[in-house]
Ligand binder design. Sequence first.
Ligand SMILES: [Zn+2]
Ligand SMILES: [Zn+2]
Length: 234
Amino acid sequence: MLAAVLHAPHDVRIEDRPEPGRLSPGFVRVAVRAVGICGSDVHYYEQGRIGDFVLREPMVLGHEAAGVVEEAPTDSALQVGQVVALEPGIPCGRCVYCRTGHYNLCPTVQFLATPPVDGAMQEVVTHPVDFVYAAGELTPDEASLAEPLSVGIYAVRRCGVQLGERVAVIGAGPIGVLAALAAEGQGASVGIVDIDESRRRAAQDTGLRAAELGSMEGEAYAVVLECTGTKAGI
Ligand SMILES: [Zn+2]
Ligand SMILES: [Zn+2]
């Protein structure tokens, strides 16, 4: 099977790798159909590292993945041929964070495409059944947005965005757009700004009200979501 393997900054190779062998108990074999490119993938591609996570050996990129079930445990509800989204972090299940329901904080989480764990840009992956989600009628392209959308949903919940509140989103990249859509889903009145015209247009294509930077100055917002990750954005 083919895989997109990052060897060093600016050095991605499409390589033939052996398919995963016999399925371990509790795992699902998924034919990968769509993988989003996250900012973290771009960091590894550009710099070969994110902080303490350093690329030391070749690694498959991609963690925003969706695909089609090829084989699932007989006692799971998943069906062969079903579209699924993968949750990319596999926690230990035993530490204090995992045991108190905060498994996203597990210090030994195995996160796809975080060195040295291979990511999902390969034709087939095996993944623990508890972290494989049936995607209903969604296409794999749509289902691959589940992970970045979850960022927006979490942000909106954490801010307690309420029906009718005014929310400003700074930055109309994928995370900004998905956070804005999550806020709209909560019934907020959302405006999103970006300096880049193509990003504003992409936001408008989803039905959002997108504007140039500065056009929202002087207006009052109950919540501001900073989604550029830059000093200037803040
Ligand atoms: Zn991501
Ligand atoms: Zn843990």
